[in-house]
Design a protein around this ligand. Sequence first.
Ligand code: AMP
Length: 190
Amino acid sequence: MMVILLGPPGAGKGTQAKIICQAKELFDFSTGDILRNEVKKKSNIGKKIESIINSGKLVSDDIILDIVEKIIIDESSKNKGILFDGFPRNIDQANSFEKLLKKKEKKINLVLHLLIEKDEIIKRIQKRQSEENREDDTIEVLKSRIDVYLQETTPLIELYKKQGLLKKLNGMQSIENVNNDMNKFLDEIN
Ligand code: AMP
C-alpha cells in the first residue's frame, strides 16, 4: 500500500504518520526527517542542503528522488507499504514518482489531504519551535514554507483529485478524531 500525506507545515502530518504506521505496519517515510538527519550527520548531502532547509525552500528533486528510490527498494518488502510524509512536494516530483512506481510495479493507493487554517499553522509551529527547536520553525522561515507549499505543492491536490485518489480531512480536529477519519479511508482501500 502506498499512501501520501499532503498538507501545509503544521497540519499534523508527522503526528498522524507515526500513529498510522504503527497501527497499519507501514514504513513511516518522512523526507524532512531523512534530510534533517543528513544535516545532523554533516554528510556531503547534509552540507549541501543545510542552508536550503533552513531557508524553507525545497531541496533539489535529484537528491530527493535518489532517497525515495532507495527507500522503495529497501522498505516495500519489509512492510505492508509506505506512508509518504512530505513527498511529493511539486508536480515534477509527482511525475517522477509515478514513473518510478510503475517501474517497480506499484501504484499510489490513497492521498490524504489535511486541511488547516493559517492561524492554526502559526500557533502549532510556534509551539513546536519551543519544544523541538527546529531551525526552520521561525516565523520568517515558516512564511517561506507556506509560500512554497501554496505555489509548488498545492497543484498536487488537483492532480490527485483527477486521479480519484484524494481524500480531504479536517486537520483542525483532535489528533484522535483526525486519526479516526484517516482510518476510515485506509480501511476502504485495504
Ligand atoms: P518537512 O519536515 O516535511 O517540513 O521538511 C522540511 C524541509 O525539508 C522542507 O522545508 C524542505 O526544505 C525539505 N524537504 C522535505 N521534503 C522535501 C521534498 N520532497 N522535496 C524537497 N525538499 C524537501
